[in-house]
Structure formats: structure tokens, C-alpha cells
Design a protein around this ligand. Sequence first.
Ligand code: PLP
Length: 386
Amino acid sequence: MSPLDERAGFGGEPGRWKGLDPATIAIAAGRGPEGPEGAGHPVNVPPVLSSVYKAGSEHHYARSGNPTWSAFEEVIGALEGGRAVSFSSGTAATAALLDTLPLGSKVVISEDSYYGTRKLLGDLQERGMLTFTTADVTDPEAVIGECEGASLLWLESPTNPRLAIADIRALTGAAHERGIRVVADNTFATPLLQRPLELGADVVLHSVSKFISGHSDVVMGVIVTADEELALQIYDIRTSTGGIPGPLETFLALRGVRSLPVRLEKAQINAGALAERLLGHPAVEQVLYPGLPSHPGHELAKEQMTGPGAIVSFVVAGGADAADAVCDTVHLILHATSLGGIETSIERRARWAGEESTPPALLRMSVGCEALEDLWADLDKALRAV
Ligand SMILES: *Cc1c(COP(=O)(O)O)cnc(C)c1O
């Protein structure tokens, strides 16, 4: 038994679900006690709403463990191939991971990456806690050039919002040669399409708020690593800093992950079809989707991912005003931020402060599971109107 198993509620022995397809793991793992011990237990681990446990076991107080977390963590750990620790948000997971760094550490992060992560790094840098630099992750030389003296390389692939593809295996190899730990934000791909730990990364991070929960009704995060010592450190940071998820949120996320394989399959088919149609649309200047052969990361995406995902970014002809008009005109497609829900949503990324480097007329569309022809009719009508 590892020290992790002695921690209250650490879910899932790594390797328990090895050899099964991720689509099966998403459904089968995390269902509580197995075999004769499981007789009479519910097939869905319920949301356990208790702040304290009766004395006499490893469970004491619910800031350090909860059976609903354990079930969720077992599924995500099995999908990514490591130990999972869940958090109250993707950002709380990010903060916990940064908390593992010694004071004054240097972080290298992809310049096109989730804005909140770069913002947090900026705030910490301002307070003298760490330093960070950015690099174009599609240019390995540039990334390696920034790695001098760094402790952590923060990758995101596909990137947000340009959907650039980073060569995770090559960059991880170069970072490891320099003693640098590598984290991959796998929110856009999900473990169904990409498993960064298998490509060499040390840590995977997710905003569970997106595809994993999948219904735009939960804010949650998770960290996964196969490094037991690091997992233990992250677990202890969660207990001591308190960024724990609520049991109800965790239950919803667990319910969401059950249908991730079918949701993603359908959303990806829709995304591929919409990307191709957008490519030929007179009101569209550029389409960024790794599934298109014209995308610069297409070949790499085919090598390291099992599918290009369900996010499509495209640049509208006519500039920011035209792009805003598309968002105001779509009716079925929701004009809203965020991504990964079962419903299709769209937004102009550069409307956010801090996204100044994003093309002003770039729309990021998170494609959902509606009927393709209804989505296309809505989008085409809005594009023709501008
Ligand atoms: C949303 C998001 C985050 C932050 O997660 P929250 O759950 O919103 O805190 C981090 N990375 C990526 C890629 C995201 O899309």
C-alpha cells in the first residue's frame, strides 16, 4: 500500500483499469466497492454531504477526503494513467500546482494558452513569487531557448484559442534533459483524444468545467500525475489550502464523464463538418481546426491525438464588428464564453482584456451535439447577414 492509499479517499489504484478502452473506462470505473464487498451498494456513488465522519477510520473531516471525489478521481486517474486529485476549479488546480514550486522558480508557458493561467502567473510574478516567460509552442527551438533555468514547462495543446499543436513528446524530452518538469493542460483534448502522460508529460491538468462535466453546470478542476510523490504533495496542498470541490459538483462531473465518449464523438463529427463548410464560406477568411489538412499542426495532431476535438476557431471577413454581428445574429448557437458543453456556443475571444494578441475577428466555437444541419443553417444565416 502506498502512502496515497492511506490518505482518506484517494480513489483508485493506478493500473486497475489498464488495457480497457477509454470509452469503457469512462463508464465502468468509479462505481464504489467491487466484488462481494460491493453487494447492495448503489451503482452510482452518491454525493456524500457530510463534513465529518464517525471516528475510527482514515476519514475524519471532509476537507481531506470524500467518497464522491474518490469515485471521480478513480475515473479520471484511470483515463489519464495516473493519480487524480480534484479541485474546486481548473484555476484552483493550477494554483496548487504552482504551489509545488520553490519560491523564485521560473515557468515557461505557451504564449497562446488559457488567459487565466497567464494572468495568475503575472500576478505571482508581480509579487516576486516566481518569474515566467512565454514561447510559441509550435516552435520547439523557441521553447527550448526560453527553458534556461526554468523549473516548469506549461504546455497546452491544442492551444486556446488558435488551436495550435505542440509536439508534447519532443518538448517533454527536451525539458527533461534540462531537469524541467512538464505539465500539459489537456482541457481541449480530454483524455479521450490525448493522453499527455503517455507522451512523457509529468502532470496533466483539466478544467473539469468544460468537456469532462460537459453540461455547463459545474466549475471544477483536476490534476493527474503518475509520480506518486508529486501526487502526495498536491493532495496535501489541497488539504492545507482548501481548494476542494463540492460533493454535488463532483457528482455532476462524475455523471458527465459517463457520457463524455458519446458526446465527444458526436461533437467532433459536427465540428469537422462545420470546419469544412466554413473553409468554403465567402464571409470567412481563415479556419483554424486541427482536423483540416490545411492546419499547420494537422500531421502532428494525427500522431499524438486520436481525434481533432470539438473546438473550431475561424476569422470572419470584415473585422471585429462583423465578428460581433455574427455572435449577435446566431440564434440556436449560444453567444457565451467557455466551452465543452453539450450545446454549441460561440464568442469573439479578443473581446476579453488580456487577449490583445488574438486576431480581433477570431470567433471560437465550441461545437456541441445538436443536429448538424440546424447548426449550419444558423451559422450560415448569421455569416450571410454581415
Ligand atoms: C477554463 C479553462 C481553465 C480554467 O478552468 P476553470 O475551471 O474555469 O477555473 C484552464 N485551462 C483551460 C484550457 C480552460 O479552458
